[in-house]
Design a protein. Structure first.
Length: 197
């Protein structure tokens, strides 16, 4: 397997989810991901949004065939089989058509047995933008922390709970300072809307 292209070196979301690029060629790609406990929904099955994220990553690799930035113009997903923690999902993307600025791609998501989990039809649009000129940033201490620690830290930040600083000059996370309203104050300030049935 060749080295990751800069686009994927900068892709922190895919890295956080533990995705592995197995194949990268013009118009096609293959990306795998092992389902973790923190990827499950309330029914203990893989969250559909994360199945789509895997497919979308394979789609992004396949449709970015030159120096121009190509993005999704739309995508449709059909879920065919549920999976659970410990299983490995693989998304395989392939170009079906490309004309001018638009492209059409099919992405199949399978489990470790080869069973079809989902199918995605993606529509790409090539823009006039160029990729960032800077080299991928060096990993920070936070990005190198174990995934479980990063997930917990993000949950704590989302709840507005102060997180201890990690060193001199480190500021508290957004929403935890003395001027920040408490959760109950924020809730009281939110407008309510009556909906008639």
């Amino acid at each position: 397997m060749s080295a990751l292209r800069p686009m994927m070196q900068r892709d922190q979301a895919s890295a956080m989810l533990g995705m592995v690029v197995e194949h990268d060629a013009p118009g096609e790609s293959r990306v795998s991901m092992t389902v973790r406990d923190d990827m499950l929904n309330g029914f203990a099955i893989t969250h559909g949004g994360l199945v789509f994220t895997l497919a979308d990553t394979a789609f992004a690799i396949a449709c970015n065939e030159d120096e121009r930035v190509t993005v999704a113009g739309g995508a449709d997903i059909t879920f065919l089989k549920s999976t659970s923690a410990g299983q490995t999902l693989t998304a395989t993307a392939q170009r079906r058509a490309r004309s001018g600025r638009t492209g059409l791609y099919d992405i199949r998501v399978t489990d470790e047995t080869g069973d079809l989990v989902a199918e995605v039809r993606g529509r790409s649009i090539t823009t006039d933008r160029r990729p960032p000129a800077s080299e991928p940033q060096a990993p920070t201490a936070e990005s190198q922390a174990p995934v479980a620690e990063r997930v917990e830290a993000s949950r704590v930040r989302a709840a507005g709970v102060p997180v201890p600083s990690t060193g001199p000059g480190t500021s508290a996370p957004f929403g935890s300072g003395p001027m920040s309203p408490s959760h109950s104050e924020r809730s009281a300030a939110l407008p309510t809307t009556e909906v008639s049935r």
